[in-house]
Design a protein around this ligand. Structure first.
Ligand code: FES
Ligand code: FES
Length: 158
C-alpha cells in the first residue's frame, strides 16, 4: 500500500514523514523519526509512557495514527531540555530520585509539563489526579509527585 505523506511540526521544527495508514504516531516517532524518548508500555492507552502533546493537548501517541498528525504541532520529551540545560521538571526528577527503570519517566515529564502550563500552582491532589493516567511500577509515585511540586515552585519563581 502506498505510504501517506504527512507534514508536521515536531518540537518546533518542520518535519515531514511517510507512514503506513495503520502506523501509530508512537511508531512513527520511534521507528521512522528515531525519536525514541517516547516509550511503549502498553500500546493501548493505559500507561501514559508514550505521552506527547499535540497542538497543546496531552495525548497518548499510541492511540493516534501518524496520518492524524497532519498539520499538527507535536511536542515530545526530546523537546523538553533547552540544549544542555534540563527543564526544571527533569532536574527535580533527578534531585528527588523520581525514577528507577525510567520507562515511565518521559511520559511523566511530558504530562507534568502540560499540567504546569495549565496550572502553575497545583495542589498535591491535583498533581495526583492529573498524573493518574501515567503508571509507574517502580517508584511508588511519591517522589514523582514531590518533584512536580518542587519544579512548579521553581518555575513560579521564574
Ligand atoms: S504505550 Fe501508550 S498509553 Fe501505554
Ligand atoms: S521508574 Fe520504572 S516504571 Fe516508573
Amino acid at each position: 500500500m502506498a505510504k501517506s505523506h504527512v507534514t508536521t511540526t515536531i518540537n518546533g521544527d518542520p518535519v515531514e514523514f511517510l507512514c503506513e495508514t495503520q502506523q501509530t504516531l508512537l511508531d512513527v516517532l520511534r521507528d521512522e523519526l528515531h525519536l525514541t524518548g517516547s516509550k511503549e508500555g502498553c500500546a493501548s492507552g493505559d500507561c501514559g509512557a508514550c505521552s506527547v502533546t499535540i497542538d497543546g493537548r496531552l495525548m497518548c501517541s499510541c492511540l493516534v495514527l501518524g496520518v492524524e498528525a497532519e498539520g499538527c504541532s507535536i511536542e515530545t520529551i526530546e523537546g523538553m531540555a533547552d540544549g544542555e540545560k534540563l527543564h526544571p521538571l527533569q532536574q527535580k526528577f533527578l534531585e528527588h530520585a523520581a525514577l528507577q527503570c525510567g520507562i515511565c519517566t518521559p511520559g511523566f515529564l511530558v504530562a507534568s509539563k502540560a499540567l504546569l502550563e495549565k496550572n502553575p500552582d497545583p495542589t498535591e491532589t491535583e498533581v495526583r489526579y492529573w498524573l493518574a493516567g501515567n503508571l509507574c511500577r517502580c517508584t511508588g509515585y511519591d517522589k514523582i509527585i514531590r518533584s512536580v511540586q518542587a519544579a512548579a515552585e521553581e518555575l513560579r519563581k521564574g
